[in-house]
Design a protein around this ligand. Structure first.
Ligand SMILES: Cc1ncc(COP(=O)(O)O)c(C=O)c1O
Length: 303
């Protein structure tokens, strides 16, 4: 496995990658009762730096709280463990995956008999998506309805929806799929948020069916700080896809990804997001500068 790193942090200790095994009769495995984060670290002119670690750990604890997990660590301890893991693995660029899960061999649905286990893994990886603008299609699946669960939590079971979409993607020649919400508006990709631009107005779907994602909040703030643009958060019907000049996805793993086209009901709508002078390209460059620790105004976003 080429992304293998030497250690995994598990319940206070660093263990060897190959020793991170678990039993096949555990609560988390059967019922998806684990919460997680997907965090990115970057090579910089100094030590490798982790982007928005505090915010990811905050969301991890929120997700654990939703599942009523009593986490035996403080946020500070998990932040320290994450930074130590990166140093110990001697990696410069990649992803970090902290998980907290219910571990028990009792197969009751009720999870509170279980112990809480915590692990942090890191693996090397350059980029999730290729460095190019992408072609997208609207999926036949809808985003999980927020009335079925707390969508502010990043809990494993609802990635079932994302996995189904990823299976769909591999059957057709599109780079990504976009999901509508159960009320028929634009929601998000299985793991990314979407923004649209028309002239100098920027739009993104309002929080309802989507998690309050960290890159989304970062981009909203950057539009304000760098261009004095207030991003409009509202329900966006797919009938408006023709109105926009540009569109892009955001996500920790894939950063800012320009969209060339979206196919909806067999119509292909083209965007200018991949062009050099587009606002998308400008915000992408600003974001890259920040994550590589080159914009001193945002040094506090890196640990
Ligand atoms: C469903 C979904 N939407 C959006 C995102 C983007 O979130 P973030 O910007 O916090 O990485 C993710 C990433 O974890 C996701 O899983």
């Amino acid at each position: 496995m080429d992304f293998k790193t030497p250690y995994i942090w598990k319940n206070w200790e660093f263990i060897l990658w190959d020793e991170a095994l678990d039993h096949n009769l555990t609560h988390w495995l059967h019922y998806g009762t684990w919460v997680f984060e997907w965090i990115r670290f970057y090579p910089t002119s100094s030590w490798p730096k982790i982007f928005r670690l505090q915010e990811h750990i905050d969301r991890l604890f929120y997700s654990a709280w939703v599942l009523e997990m009593e986490v035996p660590y403080s946020k500070k301890e998990l932040i320290k463990a994450t930074i130590e893991l990166i140093a110990k693995c001697w990696e410069w660029t990649g992803y970090i995956r902290p998980i907290i899960y219910y571990w028990t061999k009792k197969m009751w649905l009720y999870p509170k008999w279980a112990t809480i286990e915590t692990a942090i893994s890191a693996w090397k990886w350059w980029k999730y998506l290729a460095d190019k603008a992408i072609d997208v299609k609207i999926s036949k699946y809808r985003r999980t309805d927020p009335q079925t669960a707390d969508m502010n939590a990043k809990v494993s079971w609802w990635y079932y929806n994302s996995v189904l979409v990823s299976l769909e993607i591999h059957k057709e020649w599109f780079d990504e799929w976009l999901l509508l919400s159960t009320d028929g508006n634009i929601a998000e990709w299985p793991g990314e948020n979407i923004f649209f631009i028309k002239e100098n107005n920027v739009y993104t779907p309002s929080l309802w069916t989507i998690l309050p994602w960290i890159t989304r909040a970062t981009i909203i703030q950057l539009f304000k700080d760098k261009f004095n643009i207030n991003v409009i958060e509202e329900k966006i019907s797919p009938d408006r896809l023709w109105e926009f000049d540009e569109a892009f996805f955001t996500w920790t793993a894939a950063e800012v990804t320009p969209i060339w086209s979206i196919t909806y009901n067999w119509n292909k709508i083209n965007y200018k997001s991949g062009e050099d002078l587009s606002l998308t390209k400008k915000i992408e460059a600003i974001y890259k500068n920040i994550v590589f620790w080159k914009d001193s105004e945002y040094f506090n976003w890196l640990s």
